[in-house]
Design a protein around this ligand. Structure first.
Ligand code: 6PG
Length: 464
């Protein structure tokens, strides 16, 4: 008897995802060269119809045809894994890359593999190891008919929000990996905003970890309810087993990355999509790695006393609004990038569907996504979430608090570049008249680059 689904790469993600599939009644076979990983899967297999093997030929011969094979391997070994696999495949076999691959790589691989008579899908998977095991958000892209081969399996394995599966075919080519990449860009933005709020609570309001944890817990029931806020509350109360005290206070303030946030910013630059909160979040990961330089600058560059003078409870309430505002700007930027990219790359994305499948399973799931889904139901072609009447009136109500937080924190000299970028983005976006006429004049002044005149056709140049 043959297995329905094959999975290559039995790291934690792979093992959990294959167990999830098997638990949902689809037989699955996993392959990994590492015997320890294969053994780990076989020990956990229980009564499920799932098995791990270390020999590629056992894996291939164990699969029902056309074979459906997903790779869950690090981005830098996908090409190698595909090369190893191709000689064993037969026409119409389906290969699925479930990793965080660069969309350009996905497009190249799809062309190559489909050219050889096989099928190919690039699928974004979000939710970490927990999500993989109990329901991730799945973002498939590629040929729609190929997707139909795995649709029942994906639908069963995906996270459910009130019975609704967090998966849908997103579009052709690299649509799935592109959407996943932007998901991660938004993830970077929200993580940056939360870390800024944490900084202000800790250093501006001298709050204890347990106190901060309690606030994030409370917030998680309201406006900013989200997975990232929820785990922040958990993180803040975790004690350190090694040295005592809280674990968070023993962690070095130098943030790593695997590239998806940076790629989001790079695509946004190429497509001329403004995304300052996310760009700032990427930059801040870079700045955070300047630990030695920052320590040196700390000794010479003086700022004000880092203290928020306002009544603590009042200020905390304003910060909740500030986080809501920043998160909304981050999502608005990410969704607008998706809109622009979809036109550029002809993905035909349905942004309401993107919001729908991000409501559960993924890292950026939040209560707000429900509102975004509804916003796109009202106006499917909405160019930016800020044009939705419900969301814009929510933003308008929060404005005062956000500005107040920004001013007071700026006065105290604590770094909140993500929040500042969000406020700047909002104010620029709602400016019917920007000062960019000055930029045009300067360009013409020093480089004869010409300018347009208001209400007139053609290009003008002045001998300044
Ligand atoms: C997810 C996450 C995941 C990603 C991590 C780490 O959706 O489950 O986005 O895919 O690998 O978030 O990303 P960085 O190492 O770039 O921070």
């Amino acid at each position: 008897e043959k297995y329905d689904f094959g999975l290559i790469g039995l790291g934690v993600m792979g093992r959990n995802f294959i167990l999830n599939i098997a638990e949902n009644g689809h037989s699955a076979i996993g392959y990994d060269l590492d015997k320890a990983k294969v053994d780990a899967l076989n020990t956990e297999a229980n009564e499920f119809k799932v098995k791990g093997v270390t020999a590629l030929k056992d894996f291939i011969s164990g699969l029902a045809k056309p074979r459906k094979i997903m790779l869950l391997v690090p981005a830098n070994v996908v090409d190698k894994a595909l090369d190893d696999l191709l000689p064993f495949l037969e026409k119409d076999d389906l290969l699925i890359d479930g990793g965080n691959s660069h969309p350009n790589d996905t497009e190249r691989r799809e062309k190559e593999i489909v050219g050889k008579g096989f099928r190919y899908l690039g699928v974004g998977i979000s939710g970490g190891s927990e999500g993989a095991r109990h329901g991730p958000s799945l973002m498939p892209g590629g040929n729609e008919k190929s997707y139909k081969l795995v649709r029942p399996i994906f639908t069963d394995a995906a996270a459910k929000v009130k019975g609704d599966a967090c998966v849908t075919w997103l579009g052709k080519g690299s649509a799935g990996h592109f959407v996943k990449m932007v998901h991660n860009g938004i993830e970077y933005g929200i993580m940056q905003l939360i870390s800024e709020i944490y900084d202000v609570m800790k250093n501006g309001l001298s709050m204890e970890n347990s106190e901060m944890s309690a606030i994030f817990k409370k917030w998680n029931k309201g406006l900013v309810a989200s997975y990232l806020v929820e785990i922040t509350a958990d993180i803040l109360e975790k004690k350190d087993k090694q040295q005592g005290g809280y674990l968070i206070d023993h962690i070095l303030d130098s943030a790593k990355q695997k590239g998806t946030g940076k790629w989001t910013s790079q695509f946004a630059m190429d497509f001329q999509a403004p995304m300052p909160t996310i760009d700032t979040a990427v930059s801040m990961r870079h700045l955070s790695t300047f630990k030695t330089k920052r320590l040196k600058a700390d000794a010479t560059l003086k700022g004000p006393v880092a203290r928020i003078e306002e009544d603590k409870a009042t200020f905390i309430e304003k910060m909740e609004h500030a986080l809501f505002f920043g998160m909304l700007m981050t999502y608005a930027q990410g969704f607008e990038l998706l809109r622009i990219a979809s036109n550029e790359k002809d993905f035909g994305l349905n942004l309401g569907e993107v919001a729908r499948i991000w409501r559960g399973g993924c890292i950026i799931r939040s209560a707000m996504l429900d509102d975004f889904m509804k916003a796109y139901e009202r106006v499917p072609q909405l160019p930016n979430l800020l044009f939705d009447t419900k969301l814009s009136s929510a933003v308008n109500k929060k404005q005062e608090a956000v500005r107040d937080v920004t001013i007071q924190v700026a006065k105290a000299g604590l770094p909140i570049p993500g929040l500042m970028a969000s406020v700047g983005y909002f104010d620029a976006y709602r400016s019917g008249n920007l000062a960019s006429n000055m930029i045009q004049a300067q360009r013409d002044y020093f480089g004869s680059h010409s300018y347009q005149r208001i209400g007139e056709e053609g290009a003008f140049h002045t001998e300044w």
